[in-house]
Design a protein around this ligand. Structure first.
Ligand SMILES: Cc1ncc(COP(=O)(O)O)c(C=O)c1O
Length: 429
């Protein structure tokens, strides 16, 4: 009987006896397709997207076309990573000095750092039990200085896009979606990244599809696309006449260099072909585990705004009592299950705002303190920065258990995970 099984942490047999698979969904699928694409780039000596010793079709352009088509967007711009995609998006939609941008308090720190890099002031917003932006708190955090919002589809799951887009529209805010962890996800059948002005993606090695590093912006707006192009390439290589006059006001301004290399574009072309099968596998694995533990008392699954559109990169559930998280996850690990708690005050984690010391302290690379002290900024949001400013976020995360769902897991792996969770829950909850 499950309730009587000796826990592995107390010397009993492990529930999961197979090795744990690391969470590199696309990374673990690197193979012949990537090699073929890469070798073509090397053989052609065509490593820069705009030109080379002889003309060849650009891998980066081809990737952009296919990514835009897969995501249902009119335009895609490939860049160096998602941090640069977010900065690019903020600049392209017109965020700058004097502006506030609202962002989730639970996201990788880069979503917030991008706002400071774009010379605006971050305003940190609560999450709800979906682990994504709480629309009610988003509404409360809007001020006359709010210019934009970054809605992060955190841990692979869509935000409540019905409510978020409605609030953004009502207040005339620019909407940027951070899809770094949710590539290929959707909300009510519509691909993530296409609800707002710009969708931003990461192809860093932990992400669903990857080239080690890489990123992309998608948009349906031709002017925003021009401005994305403009900021991402200081050399203005994209322009029909690189040294010509501005075609319209706001087209030409000083940019940076976030251009994607052909080597990255080649790997991403091969990886994009694997996206849907990776999503299918992760969704099937998570479904199997969830079904195996449905009804277990003492655990509540993270609420999903749209289960069908979730990328299923992880399984998250809450316990009733935060004090049980330590013993519960320790027992799961002893069972051979790679589970962890999400928030522990003492253990820094760049995904939780209370550990964003450099934001809370308003640390800046130069002593003038811009953007917080920028004379264009008339708001007072930074005065309320504190480790406790989003108590619901901390409370929720302190009770949450997280398990990665590698695409490469077998049905047997999933069944052993479910049986281990049942066993530990029966003993400890
Ligand atoms: C939610 C989120 N946003 C942005 C980023 C930044 O992505 P990149 O490492 O490609 O700059 C990450 C990366 O972990 C992320 O998880």
């Amino acid at each position: 009987m499950i309730g009587c099984e000796e826990l592995a942490v107390n010397g009993g047999p492990k529930a999961k006896t197979t090795p744990n698979i690391p969470m590199y969904p696309g990374g673990l699928e690197m193979g012949e397709e990537e090699k073929t694409q890469l070798l073509e780039v090397i053989d052609r000596k065509y490593l820069f997207r705009y030109y080379g010793p002889a003309e060849f079709p650009s891998k980066v352009s081809e990737f952009e076309k296919r990514f835009a088509a897969r995501m249902g967007a009119k335009h895609c711009l490939a860049v160096t990573n998602c941090t640069s995609a977010l900065i690019n998006a903020l600049v392209a939609v017109g965020v700058g000095p004097g502006d506030e941008v609202i962002v989730n308090g639970y996201t990788f720190f880069a979503s917030c750092a991008a706002i400071v890099a774009a010379k605006a002031v971050p305003v940190i917003c609560e999450i709800d039990d979906s682990m994504t932006m709480d629309p009610e708190d988003f509404k409360k955090k809007i001020t006359e200085h709010t210019k934009a919002i970054i809605a992060v589809h955190m841990r692979g799951t869509p935000c409540d896009m019905d409510r978020i887009t409605a609030i953004a529209e009502e207040h005339n805010l620019k909407l940027i979606e951070d899809c770094a962890q949710a590539c290929g996800g959707s909300y009510k059948g519509r691909p993530l990244g296409t609800f707002g002005d710009v969708g931003c993606f990461s192809f860093q090695y932990h992400k669903i599809i990857t080239a080690g590093e890489g990123g992309a912006c998608i948009t349906n707006d031709p002017v925003i696309y021009d401005r994305l192009m403009g900021y991402h390439d200081a050399a203005a290589c994209w322009r029909p006449d690189r040294f010509g006059e501005e075609r319209y006001r706001g087209e030409l301004f000083c940019g940076v260099n976030y251009r994607m290399s052909e080597l990255t574009g080649a790997v991403m072309l091969a990886q994009l072909g694997k996206l849907d099968s990776l999503l299918d596998s992760m969704r099937a694995n998570r479904k199997r585990i969830k079904e195996g533990i449905r009804g277990v008392s003492g655990i509540t699954f993270r609420r999903l705004n749209d289960e069908a559109g979730d990328t299923a990169v992880c399984l998250m559930f809450m316990l009733n009592d935060r004090d049980k998280i330590g013993p519960f996850t320790e027992a799961l690990q002893a069972e051979g299950i790679d589970a962890a708690g999400v928030f522990n005050k003492g253990i820094p984690d760049w995904h939780i705002y209370s550990h964003w010391k450099h934001v809370l302290d308003r640390a800046t690379p130069t002593p003038e303190g811009c953007p917080y002290t920028c004379p264009h900024y008339k708001g007072d949001a930074p005065e309320r920065y504190s480790p406790d400013m989003c108590p619901n976020t901390l409370e929720l995360l302190s009770r949450t258990v997280h398990l990665d769902i590698p695409a490469q897991m077998t049905a047997e792996d999933c069944d052993m995970i479910a049986s281990g969770i049942r066993k530990v829950a029966a003993a400890l909850l």
